[in-house]
Design a protein around this ligand. Structure first.
Ligand code: FES
Ligand SMILES: [Fe+2]
Length: 415
C-alpha cells in the first residue's frame, strides 16, 4: 500500500468493522487534514456562560494551534474572537482567563475592544480601523453552553441542538454554574481519547466504580428490564415527561458535517440515584427535576463534546486536540447556580466519580497510544453492539478527510 492518506482511507473504507489503522494516529499529514476539515469546521464547546459573570471577563479556548478568546462585552453579550493580531499576527491575550477592558497586543501595541473591534493602531492614523478587527469565529449559546465554529460558512448549530431539547431542558443549564473544571492532558492522539469515550466495552474491565453504578457497561439485553423500569417511572419520579425521547443524529446522521447530536437515557443499578461514589445525591436537584428516576442522560453535542445528565448535576466532557500526540480531556461539573459550596455540595464528592473514571481512562488511553504506534499493530474487529458508535465515528471521519483531499485535488493544491 502506498504511504499516503488516500490509500489508507480507501483501505479503511473496505474494512468498516475494523479498528483504525495506526497510520491515522501518527501521521502529521493526517493531522493537518484534520485541522482543516474537522477541528476548524466543527461546532466545539468553549465553556459555560457562568464562567463570564461580569463585563470584561474572558477565558481562552485553545486547540490544535488555535487560540480563541471568549469574553463578555460591556453590553453583556458573549463574544468570540481569534487571538491573532491583525497587524503581524501576535497573540493579543496571554492569560488563560481574567477581566479586562481591552486586549493590547504586546508586540506593537494595537488595542482591541472586548468585541474584537480595533480601537487604535499606534502611529498609523491613516489606517481604516474598521477593516482590522480581530477575526471572529461563529458563536452560539444553547442553555448557557457556548459553542464556537471557526468556519464562517458552517450552518447554525441551533437546529441540531434543538433536537435534544427534550432531554436537556429540564436541567435549566442557563441557570447553572461551573462548580469545577479540570483538564486532564494525555499524551495520545485525540481519536484514541474520543474512541475510548464512544464505547463502554472497556467499562467492566477498566472502570470498577463506574461499572457498579452505570448499566451501560452491560450488553443491552442483560439490562433491558432495568431500562424499561426506569423509563416507566421516569416521568412520575422527575416531573419531566420528555426524558425518554431518544435522538440519534450524531456524526454522518446530522444535516451538517460539523454538528450532530445524540441523546439517550439509561438506568443506573438499583440503589444508585446519581453518578457519585455511593449513588447518593451530591448537589440539589437541578432546574425542573422533582426527584430521581435512577436514570442518567447521555448527550453528544457536535463531534467532540459529550454530557452526562444526572438530576442533581451535569458533567460536560470535551476532547480538545492540542497536537498530533497531545489531547486535553476537559471535564466541567455543573450544578444549579444558587447552590453553595460547603452548604449544598462538596467538591470532592461531586467530582469523585468522573475524576476517578477519567484517570482510569488516561491509563488505558496511554497504553493504547503506545500499542498502536507499533509497526506490527494490525487493527482488530470491533464489537457489534458496544462499538457501534465507533463505527459511526470512523465512517464520518473518513468522509471528512476524503472531502478535504478531493477539494485539494480539484483546486490543484499540493501539486
Ligand atoms: S503584531 Fe500586534 S501590534 Fe504588531
Ligand atoms: Fe472509559
Amino acid at each position: 500500500m502506498q504511504n499516503n492518506p488516500e490509500s489508507y482511507i480507501a483501505e479503511q473504507r473496505l474494512n468498516p468493522n475494523r479498528a483504525m489503522h495506526g497510520y491515522f494516529y501518527r501521521s502529521p499529514v493526517v493531522f493537518e487534514l484534520e485541522r482543516d476539515q474537522i477541528l476548524t469546521r466543527s461546532w466545539l464547546f468553549a465553556g459555560h456562560v457562568s464562567q463570564l459573570p461580569r463585563a470584561g471577563d474572558y477565558f481562552l479556548f485553545e486547540l490544535a494551534g488555535e487560540s480563541i478568546i471568549i469574553s463578555r462585552d460591556e453590553t453583556g453579550e458573549i463574544q468570540a474572537q481569534l487571538n491573532v493580531c491583525r497587524h503581524r499576527g501576535a497573540r493579543v491575550c496571554e492569560a488563560k482567563s481574567g477581566n479586562t477592558r481591552t486586549f493590547v497586543c504586546p508586540y506593537h501595541g494595537w488595542v482591541y475592544s472586548l468585541d474584537g473591534a480595533l480601537k487604535s493602531a499606534r502611529e498609523m492614523p491613516e489606517l481604516e480601523k474598521s477593516k482590522f478587527g480581530l477575526l471572529k469565529p461563529q458563536l452560539e449559546t444553547f442553555h448557557g453552553l457556548i459553542f464556537v465554529n471557526c468556519d464562517p460558512g458552517a450552518p447554525s448549530f441551533l437546529p441540531e441542538l434543538e433536537c435534544i431539547d427534550d432531554g436537556i431542558s429540564g436541567h435549566n443549564l442557563e441557570c447553572a454554574k461551573v462548580a469545577d473544571h479540570r483538564t486532564y492532558q494525555v499524551n495520545a492522539n485525540w481519536k484514541l481519547a474520543l474512541e475510548n469515550y464512544l464505547e463502554c466495552y472497556h467499562c467492566a474491565t477498566a472502570h470498577r466504580a463506574y461499572a457498579k453504578s452505570h448499566t451501560l457497561k452491560a450488553p443491552y439485553q442483560e439490562v433491558a428490564s432495568l431500562n424499561e423500569a426506569m423509563m416507566s417511572r421516569s416521568q412520575a419520579a422527575t416531573g419531566i415527561s420528555t426524558l425518554t425521547l431518544e435522538v440519534q443524529r450524531g456524526f454522518s446522521d446530522a444535516d451538517s458535517p460539523g454538528g450532530g447530536v445524540e441523546y439517550s437515557r439509561y438506568a443506573l443499578y438499583p440503589g444508585y440515584l446519581t453518578g457519585s461514589e455511593d449513588g447518593q445525591p451530591v448537589a440539589p436537584l437541578m432546574g425542573s427535576y422533582l426527584g430521581f428516576d435512577e436514570g442518567a442522560g447521555d448527550f453528544q453535542m457536535g463531534p467532540l463534546t459529550f454530557m452526562l445528565g444526572y438530576p442533581d448535576h451535569c458533567v460536560v466532557y470535551r476532547f480538545t486536540p492540542r497536537s498530533l500526540t497531545v489531547t486535553d480531556m476537559d471535564v466541567f461539573w455543573l450544578v444549579r447556580a444558587d447552590a453553595q459550596e460547603g452548604r449544598d455540595y462538596d467538591i470532592s464528592s461531586l467530582t469523585w466519580l468522573w475524576d476517578h473514571t477519567t484517570k482510569e481512562d488516561e491509563y488505558i488511553i496511554l497504553r493504547n497510544a503506545a500499542g498502536v504506534s507499533s509497526k506490527f499493530f494490525e487493527p482488530g474487529p470491533l464489537h457489534q453492539e458496544y462499538e457501534m458508535l465507533n463505527r459511526k465515528f470512523v465512517r464520518w471521519y473518513l468522509d471528512r478527510l476524503g472531502d478535504g483531499l478531493s477539494l485539494a485535488q480539484s483546486s490543484g493544491a499540493g501539486t
